[in-house]
Design a protein around this ligand. Sequence first.
Ligand SMILES: NC(=O)c1ccc[n+]([C@@H]2O[C@H](COP(=O)([O-])OP(=O)(O)OC[C@H]3O[C@@H](n4cnc5c(N)ncnc54)[C@H](O)[C@@H]3O)[C@@H](O)[C@H]2O)c1
Ligand SMILES: O=C(O)[C@H](O)CO
Length: 319
Amino acid sequence: MQHNIVVVHELYPELLATLQAEHHVTHFQRLGNDADRAAFRDAMAEADAFIGSNVKFDKALLDASPRLKVIASVSVGVDAYPLEEIQSRNIVLTNTPEVLTDATADTGFLLLMMAARRAGEMERKVRGGQWQASLGRTDFGVDITGKTLGIVGMGRIGQAVAQRGHHGFNMPVMFYNRSERPELEEAFDARQVSLETLFSESDFIVVTVALSEATRGLVDRNLLAATRDKAILINISRGQVVVEEDLTACLQDGTLYYAGLDVYEREPLAPDSALLSLDNAVLLPHIGSSTFETRNAMCDLAADNLNRVLKGESALTPV
Ligand SMILES: NC(=O)c1ccc[n+]([C@@H]2O[C@H](COP(=O)([O-])OP(=O)(O)OC[C@H]3O[C@@H](n4cnc5c(N)ncnc54)[C@H](O)[C@@H]3O)[C@@H](O)[C@H]2O)c1
Ligand SMILES: O=C(O)[C@H](O)CO
């Protein structure tokens, strides 16, 4: 049976064609302007299903989408969705766990290595014709192998980061997590510790915890001020877990040596953000899962979820 589907995502062409062969599809790459937003609203009035990301599903949009049965989010994080409102309307919300874990953990290590070796700064010097100026002690970075790795949120991505650090870089691992995970202590020869211990005893701190009211603003000036000499903070979860103003101040006054960020309190990062003027921060534009293979797998999983719910079957990965 044909259903009305609204897509707000750059699906790969073959998948879009498959969906179009089976359903009536209204496709937006993104909601970039008022005309797109108005057309999206009109399409949602008749939509049975949504697949995509970066759309704010507030109460007004849900009210304006009376037929909606499934929201297939192309993301693992679902912090932007009003879960109670969605549940109260019997809409199924699905996400894309697992398939993006490795790519996102790789991005964490990319940031960690770039920050440790100040790769962005050095690259800018080469491009700026300052090769000679980048050869002295003032441009040295810090070792990675054997340093202590602290992971905030030992879920799927946290464990994949731990695996890279423990097996690839011989790093002692410690982690902070909501639930007790003794089996992970064993798997990674790791210690589960308090947030305070993690911040004061790690050389590299990687934030991979999910955003919720409990974790909003979790990493603040007090924790950052307790870090070791030349400690580095990496954030690949959500910008709101870290108080950005505190992070910026600690990078500015040298309390924190370096940061590597894929996510920000507000995205896209404002052109006047103080982070942009800091040499001791590596800044990526939320590309944790942005590889061809991973994004295709995320889109496939989201489409499978959508089709299953429309057929009356259980979703593969409901939230
Ligand atoms: N940068 C990116 O592009 C990108 C890509 C994928 C995921 N993410 C983010 O990474 C997050 C983690 O993804 P995942 O697949 O590892 O999720 P997950 O659910 O497997 O892991 C989250 C972990 O956080 C822990 N946790 C939750 N609340 C906590 C609290 N209050 N205190 C301590 N620990 C708590 C959970 O116990 C769990 O171990 C996502 O929610 C998403 O926001 C970002
Ligand atoms: O949560 C996620 O999956 C990533 O942030 C990509 O949007």
